[in-house]
Ligand binder design. Structure first.
Ligand code: E4P
Length: 217
């Protein structure tokens, strides 16, 4: 399972990269705004800064909602760095743009996916990644993890190579559950990744080992 971090915060990206388990980064306009990154030029520079920190894929989202605008913005994003994956919204023009980019060999992450039908369309349009937002489904009392199960079944039925990128992961148990269900990738906050480390018996055991070592040395 690939681990992406879902942030535009460079310090957190560096921390996850230093841990040695990071496979990529996802961002979105809200995450950019949260870090105070505004204006087209600053946003583009920020994507390059992220690419220079990590080895893997970096999803960069278009703002346009029409086909021509998405193509224009997506091509500019893809030209920034070979690690960039163009992130497109799951709307009709987004699907058209997905097909356009994948035919040209430019990788796409279809975002804002909330149903199996949308995921099926993304796969047919050749998306590299499909991003079902599990946390936002949970927020409205709908089972986000069930969507991962449905998409896994459909993709396996037909051998679609589009990778299921579980997005809107909010906490550590989401990561474990997505791994059990066969998501190819998860993207979440650093806190959710670090939560995987925690176990009281590890801490107690380590403290005991160190104490016993000290007795004899
Ligand atoms: C995915 O690529 C999105 O950036 C993200 O996972 C959204 O998460 P949120 O629902 O916590 O905002």
């Amino acid at each position: 399972m690939k681990f992406f971090i879902d942030t535009a915060n460079l310090a957190q990206i560096k921390e996850a990269q230093a841990l040695g388990v990071l496979d990529g980064v996802t961002t979105n306009p809200s995450l950019m705004a949260k870090e105070g990154i505004t204006g087209k030029d600053n946003i583009l520079k920020h994507y390059v800064a992220i690419c220079n920190i990590v080895d893997g894929d970096v999803s960069a989202e278009v703002i346009a909602t029409d086909f021509d605008g998405m193509v224009r913005e997506g091509e500019a994003l893809a030209d920034l760095h070979p690690q960039i994956v163009v992130k497109l919204p799951m709307i009709a023009d987004g699907i058209k743009a997905c097909k356009y980019f994948t035919d040209k060999g430019i990788r796409v992450n279809m975002t804002l996916v909330f149903s199996a039908g949308q995921a099926l369309l993304a796969a047919k349009a050749g998306a590299t990644y499909v991003s079902p937002f599990i946390g936002r489904l949970d927020d409205i009392s709908t089972d986000g993890l069930n969507l991962i199960t449905e998409i896994r079944l459909i993709y396996d039925n037909y051998g679609y190579e589009t990778e299921i990128l579980a997005a809107s992961v909010r906490h550590t148990m989401h990561i474990i559950d997505c791994a059990k269900l066969g998501a190819d990738v998860m993207t979440g906050p650093l806190s959710a990744i670090m939560g995987l480390l925690k176990h009281p018996l590890t801490d107690i055991g380590l403290a005991q080992f160190l104490a016993d070592y000290k007795k004899g040395n």
